[in-house]
Design a binder for this molecule. Structure first.
Ligand code: PNS
Length: 165
């Protein structure tokens, strides 16, 4: 198959930090696409717990056994980045109903900006339906047990950040 016939999807996000829910979406995405590019938004105006480099390393390490996954960062419009990577789709995970409104807005805006790129929503596994990076950070900050919601190395990094190791 030539390079331009490959089905490539971008899985964009903050990944602050990567959770088991994110990994679940990447694995599901790989059943539909030849390649999934996990891309961190470089957004200086938002406050993140982990630096871009830390987030990138955690993503890479936690998915080192997966084939056909690539890790990258992007700036500016997602649809422009998707075009430069020859991607035909944007992958987003959908959890509870509360995700819907924001995801719907994002998808429709992205479609308005570039009609050739489709947004594909995947349902996370039931186990991860209430898993979010922000709720995990909050629990970890106060010593809550989030061990089964994130990769082991992320759990370690969270403990270090909050001086709980
Ligand atoms: O993990 P997040 O924070 O929910 O991810 C949000 C993300 C990165 C997908 C979204 O903010 C994004 O795509 N930003 C890039 C700018 C852009 O293209 N925005 C959408 C159209 S205005």
């Amino acid at each position: 198959m030539s390079i331009d016939m490959k089905r490539i999807a971008i899985y964009p996000g903050s990944f602050d930090p990567v959770t088991n829910g994110h990994i679940d979406i990447v694995k599901r995405g790989l059943t539909l696409f030849d390649r999934v590019i996990v891309a961190i938004l470089l957004n200086a105006s938002k406050n993140y717990l982990f630096s871009v480099e830390e987030r990138l390393q955690m993503l890479k390490k936690s998915m080192k056994d997966l084939r056909n996954v690539e890790f990258d960062t992007f700036d500016g419009l997602l649809v422009d980045y998707a075009r430069t990577r020859n991607a035909s789709a944007i992958l987003r995970g959908m959890r509870a109903v509360s995700d819907f409104e924001y995801e719907f807005q994002l998808a429709l805006m992205n479609r308005k900006l570039n009609r050739n790129i489709q947004t594909v929503f995947l349902m996370t596994g039931l186990r991860w339906i209430f898993t979010s990076s922000s709720i995990i950070k909050e629990a970890a900050q106060f010593g809550g047990d989030i061990e089964d919601m994130v990769p082991k190395l992320v759990n370690r990094e969270l403990k270090k950040k909050f001086n709980r190791s």
